[in-house]
Design a binder for this molecule. Structure first.
Ligand SMILES: *Cc1c(COP(=O)(O)O)cnc(C)c1O
Length: 392
């Protein structure tokens, strides 16, 4: 074997020694709480399909309808010929949702949330006279976006530290960047306080609502509405492959920022637009999220969450696991060491459940965990099954 490959083999072996090797499993049935994984039906507590829309018959039908009407591929980027009437309608609808919190908001859609965050941070942080203030727990896509941006960067862990950084900054454009719901922890960022700091220091507040969109707030409008925020300084990013059940992402903000991104952000200019049929299906998804069906599903999630915490608390206390407070369908069970988290996940797997172990670098060293996520299609019995399986 050439030394070229050997180097990677050695590095992979190092990872294996640290219990850091990840594997992909093969799903062969639709995304749902019960899914056939590697040929065996498992009870899943790991997808981000919080509302259970990923296999909703109305969305499957809408996607088929979209394919009939627009075909399969978009053929080009949005700026060339890939921007369909379905994309346009979806953006108009998302802008309408955003206007609850951002006056006159305009929205654009992108292929994925990862790309949306690269677009946001490279687009708004494109010059050295900008500064990005990034929360330590932010998602990898925000971290990567900051790495690619020319702006100065600082990382904060709490509000006092952020305030000091803002006060010391002479940057012409200040961008405070935070997950709304921390994806591996489930708790909400202090959005109200962050907005107050943005106002006091003439900054923009960029909020990644990947896990709040569809789940939190009135009619599922997300974290900004949940916190009752309203300001033209808000930049709202959300993903459409989690609670919305399909794929893609959007950015909503003041029209001048959106036009700037449209003109300059490379992750949207240099990529083929997502299939129009997806945008068509997403319009249906927004309708479901906003309506009675969405309400019913959000109510069910709340019941499940309370049931889960009630069952987990005594177990966590008995084993010395941490059970941080969560406002959302994401409930971490922090075990500590990588090997311990892997062993627990393996035990659940042997008992027919899939709850993956989350390890560094996704979370801090020494905080390996099970990240338990709920779906509105789970039943109370499923929670009982999980609690039982966690017992030795
Ligand atoms: C999942 C996620 C993303 C990326 O979104 P995709 O559409 O899956 O690319 C961005 N930010 C956060 C906080 C996420 O959890």
């Amino acid at each position: 074997m050439s030394a070229l490959f050997e180097r990677f083999q050695v590095r992979l072996a190092e990872r294996a020694a640290q219990d850091l090797i990840r594997t992909r499993r093969i799903a062969s049935s639709p995304t749902a709480p019960r899914q056939v994984i590697d040929g065996v039906e498992k009870l899943l507590f790991c997808s981000n399909d919080y509302l259970g829309l990923a296999d909703h018959p109305a969305l499957v039908q809408a996607l088929q309808e979209g394919a009939e009407r627009y075909g399969v591929g978009s053929g080009a980027s949005h700026l060339i010929s890939g921007h369909s009437e379905a994309h346009e309608a979806l953006e108009a609808e998302l802008a309408r949702w955003a206007r609850d919190c951002i006056p006159d908001a305009r929205a654009i859609t992108l292929c994925t949330g990862y790309m949306a965050n690269l677009a946001l941070l490279t687009g708004l942080g494109d010059r050295e006279d900008a500064q990005i203030f990034s929360e330590r727990l932010n998602h990898a896509s925000l971290i990567d976006g900051a790495r690619l941006a020319r702006a100065q960067k600082s990382v904060y862990t709490e509000l006092g530290e952020l305030e000091a950084q803002l006060r010391a900054s002479t940057a012409a454009t200040k961008l405070i960047v935070s997950d709304a719901v921390f994806s591996m922890d489930g708790h909400l960022a202090p959005l109200r306080e962050l907005l107050a700091l943005a106002e006091a220091h003439d900054a923009l507040l960029l909020v990644d609502d990947a896990h709040g969109f569809g789940v939190l707030g009135p009619r599922g409008r997300g974290s900004l509405a949940h916190c009752g925020l309203r300001s033209e300084r808000l930049v709202w990013m959300g993903t459409l492959g989690k609670a919305a059940g399909v794929a893609g992402a959007f950015i909503a903000a003041h029209p001048s920022l959106i036009e700037w991104l449209l003109q300059t952000a490379r992750p949207t200019i240099f990529t083929t637009a997502s299939p129009p049929a997806l945008a068509h299906a997403l319009l249906k998804s927004l309708e479901l999220i906003e309506g009675e069906e969405g309400e019913r599903r959000r109510d069910q999630l709340e019941l499940l969450r309370a049931h889960l915490v009630e069952g987990l608390a005594p177990l966590a206390a008995a084993h010395g696991w941490q059970l941080p407070h969560s406002d959302t369908p994401i409930q971490p069970l922090i075990v500590g060491e990588n090997a311990a988290a892997l062993a627990l996940s393996a035990r659940l797997d042997a008992r027919g459940l899939r709850v993956p172990a989350i390890r560094p670098p996704t979370v801090a060293v020494g905080t390996a965990r099970l990240r338990i996520t709920l779906c509105a299609d789970h039943q109370s019995d499923d929670i009982d099954t999980l609690i039982r399986a966690l017992q030795p």
